[in-house]
Design a protein around this ligand. Sequence first.
Ligand SMILES: C[S@@+](CC[C@H](N)C(=O)[O-])C[C@H]1O[C@@H](n2cnc3c(N)ncnc32)[C@H](O)[C@@H]1O
Length: 362
Amino acid sequence: MAELAGVSVRTLHHYDAIGLVRPSARTAAGYRAYSADDVERLREVLAYRRLGFGLREVAALVDDASVDAVAHLRRLRGLLLERRDRADAMVTAIDKELDARAKGLKVTPEEQLEVLGARLYDAIGGAYPATRRTDPRIAAQIWDALGDARTVLNVGAGTGSYEPADRDVTAVEPSAVMRAQRPADAAPCVSAAAERLPFEDRSFDAAMAVSTVHHWGDPVAGLREMRRVARRVVVLTFDTDEPRWQDRFWLTRDYLPEFTDVLADFPSLAGMAAAIGARTEPVPVPWDCADGLFEAYWRRPEAYLADHVRRAMSVWTRVGPEPERRAVQSLRADLRSGRWADRNGDLVDREAADLGLRLLIA
Ligand SMILES: C[S@@+](CC[C@H](N)C(=O)[O-])C[C@H]1O[C@@H](n2cnc3c(N)ncnc32)[C@H](O)[C@@H]1O
């Protein structure tokens, strides 16, 4: 097995010892015997390792019962395409800079940073598919709001969560990394930004945008663009109008007050609604929300201690490593000491929570 997989026998023994890949049987002579399922698991482990995941992260990925072999292959394919895209982008940027330097031209800081692919989702998007997927209850609310729309534009579409399978969907997504991770059978995806949608007026029955408006450079301009190209607009966003909105969720209230700064320039819900003539509807977050968004684990606090969970939530990258380290450390301590449970004991019986997610429907 070591020879076939191109790893040392010691590595296989180590994976066995830590429970990462346990061969199902032993031969009479005491050798480890790997079944077809063991080989599949070993292949997944080695592929994630090669992509740079740590052993603990790999264990969490391969132990995720909701992900089957095909989903693992899709995810690995997306991660590899992302890596290839990023390498291609770096080569192009390096060529451009070499060319400029050869001509004696000055290189701006923006041009230098292009080499690193500075855009947020090109940097963090690779971690997205690990936990981000359609939650059926949130999806039902969004699809209901789409009404009888047959043609649907999904703006800031990411990897395609919440795209209704029974309608004719066109996706818009500016990040190459996110586009590369869309499943092979996902709706066609155009590279563009919300603020300038490359479509004629009223091209679609409906336009939807889920968990993306807070990333747009100009949210109101993007919403108006959606209004222009579609008869109906459905947007899942966040309410910061309520005074002390930070206190709605224990994570921002007690551990990550810096979240407030992240949304400091975000337009008010009332302002966004007024821009497109929308009504608003609360979107409760189910206690077992399948989509690993920032609020998803309000009743499962241990989840926030896992790196792969946090990496799929842009908030943590936006607040920076120091507040993240402090928040995680202090949450871990409170979970151990029982302080978290004392403060949040009322949550255990709740099925869903209103944590400020809102649907704008116009
Ligand atoms: C949190 S993800 C949400 C993806 C998807 N809608 C979902 O629910 O899983 C946010 C997405 O918004 C995209 N985005 C960022 N700026 C954008 C812009 N100006 N216009 C459209 N999409 C944008 C990001 O690239 C990213 O894929």
